[in-house]
Design a protein around this ligand. Structure first.
Ligand code: BGC
Length: 771
């Protein structure tokens, strides 16, 4: 835990410079615009600890796998979204001395991330070894309007001297990944060009052959006037720079404006990349900084209109939730169905920027409720497009007849993960992908999606479950052996309750849909049947048998669903008996000790109860919640949010709030001392869920939006928006009243505080909160 940032409802502020905190701040103050993302590295030289990072969506490298003991079925590579060429470099030299905050005396420093506008500001006042003092004021943003554009304005004031200063504006493609498995370079230079006052480097990723062209152009301004000085050009392999040596006078400001175009072959033909970069730079220069900034702010204003959560009476919570929403919106904008959401987004190298079940289980609900419907659709469609590879992945492991096993980790549909107990066994991910289809359709009402794509995925996943279970003669039940549930502190277990539950649910849902779709569009159904060779007479009864006779471990006496066979054989200890000095246990205990203990990394049985809440009565939920919460160490960031939602479901608001705090400021307060590696982007969506699904009790049932709000006693009010089937609802919750406004012209069917209401377009309603 490290609380060094100032509390503010819209900004993240660091107001003193600390070399120790800088790597964490590089993650926290990261910027992104869905297409690329940049850690908050300094523009000028910095000799202290730093993880340089610029990541371009979809541009990855298949790094050779490193494993101790090879197992058949392991993938050959681990795909990584690469650290890409560095466009931000602006080196400053004063009398031969480099500006370097690790070496200079820092007299004042302030870094502000304005989340409302998506802008990073930085100010410093330093004294160099020579005694010369310099003040700087820096603004940086990655345009949300033109997502191939990064912009920096760097203003300098020489405080106590006049003379020449050296400015080196660079583009560096000699970039490595800090986590390269064999310390290799992943980029080759394809071309370097200079045209007018712009410089370009086109680089190619090895093996995957993505081309990216980065172009930079720099202007030096004295006040508002462009100073006409011709730079000298420096170039070497994978590097180019423009050197300027303007005259500065004491107290006068000099400003460096740098535009960078970031183009990749995902969006342009390789042969056009440089022309596109040139065009982009030209347009940027023509528009000018202020216009670009205005357009960028307008885009953010649009985003906040539908995604903001306003909390009154608790600035810490307010800042926390906005930070989560801000980072989610920076990471995924949903305009490209090929892209997805890495657990660390564009803020670090860990997890390689690739796709996990996190997307379906955690991120989808956020985008469903806060973004235009195509955004969530693209997330779901991503898996449809990878169905063929998921079937191939199944085949590699011995499954047949169109059974799909989606990868644990992927970028292009191929499995990239290589620990057998997860790659081959953590198969519940298939269930999350099936459930996401259900979730998408129940929220949007887009049944067409099921006919066109969803059912095909569901049939393939159902086929997998059928082959993955086996009939136990001794139990006379279907069982599922050798699996890992969401709780990765147990591996290779039999009958993980959650996996059995979601498998059986998938089969039921698929059967139900088949009946519906046959009614809706028989023609289309027939086409699908022949495409996937679906044998209704044989497959459906087999699935029904599994549904009816699936085995679920349960402790009959207490009614607790057992996480897996034999869970109660473990020594039963609760987390309050754990020595805090031994936590997190994954940093203090051997893996063997963790596996033998009863401690749970993240929601597992409770993940199932969360997803299928309507299948259980309140008493069952309570019993299981109390049992598992007291054994869960929450060492995955994905965990506390689910527990918080269930606590709110049980009206235990104190517990719900405690768990909520743990998720909402996880990164800002660096709970796990690891934020320097990057932010927990996917769990940020979980934080959002704990407000909307937890405190506000949002559900969708029978085509209606359900709200059952409660309010933590620490808050005066909270308000949020929900997009639901074309309507936009504003909800404000206070301890006494609930205010609803339908801000759209489309009527919405709701169940609020157990009352069915129809809220017409532009209609408002005030309701009394329950005591
Ligand atoms: C969690 C997984 C998750 C992954 C990426 C792991 O620590 O146990 O459930 O998918 O992180 O966020």
């Amino acid at each position: 835990m490290n609380k060094y940032l100032k509390i503010d409802p819209w900004c993240i502020i660091e107001d003193t410079f600390s070399r120790e905190n800088h790597p964490a701040s590089e993650s926290i103050f990261s910027l992104g615009n869905g297409r690329f993302g940049q850690r908050a590295n300094f523009e000028e030289s910095y000799s202290g600890e730093s993880l340089q990072g610029n990541y371009i969506a979809g541009v990855y490298y298949p790094d050779k796998t490193r494993v101790g003991w090879w197992k058949n079925g392991y993938p050959e590579y681990f795909a990584k979204i690469l650290n890409a060429p560095n466009w931000i470099g602006i080196e400053i030299q004063v009398g031969g001395e480099l500006v370097d905050l690790a070496k200079a005396k820092v007299l004042s420093f302030r870094r502000t991330l304005n989340m409302k506008e998506g802008i990073l500001y930085r100010e410093y006042h330093i004294e160099l070894a020579s005694g010369k003092q310099l003040k700087a004021n820096i603004t940086r943003f990655l345009s949300m309007k033109d997502p191939e554009l990064g912009i920096i304005r760097y203003s300098l004031v020489p405080v106590n001297f006049s003379g020449r200063i050296g400015i080196i504006s660079s583009l560096d493609a000699g970039i490595k990944n800090a986590d390269a498995n064999y310390d290799e370079y992943f980029w080759d230079e394809v071309a370097k060009n200079f045209k007018d006052d712009c410089g370009y480097i086109t680089s190619r990723t090895r093996k995957t052959e993505f081309d990216v062209c980065l172009g930079i152009t720099t202007r030096i301004l004295n006040g508002e006037e462009v100073v006409s000085i011709s730079p000298t050009i420096e170039q070497r392999e994978k590097y180019l720079a423009f050197h300027y040596t303007p005259e500065v006078s004491k107290g006068g400001a000099i400003t460096i404006l740098k535009y960078a175009a970031v183009q990749s072959s995902l969006y342009h033909k390789k042969e056009d990349l440089m022309d596109q970069a040139e065009l982009s730079l030209k347009k940027a220069a023509e528009k000018g900084f202020e216009n670009l900034l205005r357009e960028h702010k307008e885009r953010w204003e649009e985003k906040w209109k539908t995604s903001d959560i306003l909390i009154e009476g608790d600035d810490e919570a307010q800042q926390g939730i906005r930070f989560n929403i801000f980072q989610l919106n920076q990471t995924y904008t949903g305009d490209d169905e090929r892209l997805n959401i890495g657990p660390k987004g564009f803020t670090g190298e860990k997890y390689g920027g690739v796709t996990y079940w996190d997307t379906e289980a955690y991120c989808l609900p956020f985008f469903l409720c806060t973004a235009p419907s195509y955004v969530a659709r693209n997330l779901v469609f991503y898996r449809y497009k990878q169905l063929g590879k998921a079937i191939e992945n199944g085949e590699k492991l011995g499954f047949t007849e169109g059974a799909a096993l989606y990868p644990m980790v992927t970028i292009n549909g191929e499995e990239c993960h290589n620990e057998w107990e997860i790659t081959f066994e953590e198969i519940h991910r298939n269930g999350a992908i099936a459930h996401a289809i259900y979730n998408y359709v129940r929220h949007t009402g887009d049944k067409r999606y099921l006919i066109d794509y969803g059912l095909e995925v569901l049939i393939a996943i159902s086929r997998f479950w059928r082959q993955r279970v086996n009939f136990s003669e001794s139990r006379k039940k279907w069982v599922m052996l050798g699996v890992t549930g969401p709780n990765e502190y147990e591996n290779n277990v039999n009958n993980n309750w959650y996996t059995n539950t979601i498998a059986s649910w998938t089969l039921s849902y698929t059967i139900q849909l088949i009946a519906e779709i046959k009614n809706m569009d028989e023609e289309k159904y027939k086409i699908l049947v022949s495409k996937v060779r679906f044998n209704e007479q044989e497959e459906i009864p087999a699935w029904e048998d599994i549904i009816e006779n699936m085995y679920y471990p349960i402790d009959k006496e207490s009614g607790i669903f057992l996480q897996q066979d034999g869970y109660l054989d473990k020594e039963q200890i609760t987390t309050d008996q754990l020595d805090p000095a031994q936590q997190p246990i994954n940093q203090h205990w051997s893996w063997d000790r963790i596996l033998r203990s009863c401690f749970i990394k993240q929601a597992d049985v409770l993940q199932g109860i969360y997803l299928f809440e309507d299948h259980y009565d309140t008493e069952t939920i309570r019993k299981n919640f109390e049992f598992y919460e007291s054994r869960t160490v929450h060492e995955s960031s994905l965990s506390p949010c689910v527990h918080s939602i269930l606590a709110a479901r049980l009206s235990d608001m104190e517990m719900a709030y405690k768990l909520y705090l743990r998720t909402s400021r996880l990164d800002l307060d660096d709970y796990n001392n690891e934020v320097d590696e990057g932010l927990h982007i996917t769990s940020m969506a979980g934080t959002w869920m704990s407000v909307i699904e937890g405190f506000a009790g949002k559900r969708v049932r029978n085509g209606r939006l359900v709200l059952n709000p409660q309010i933590p006693e620490q808050w005066e009010s909270y308000s949020f928006k929900i997009l639901f089937r074309g309507s936009r609802l504003k909800v404000k919750v206070t301890p006494k009243n609930l205010y609803l406004v339908n801000e759209s012209n489309i009527s919405a069917a709701l169940i609020v505080l157990d009352e069915s209401i129809q809220l017409n377009g532009q209609e408002e309603k005030v309701m009394k909160m329950k005591k």
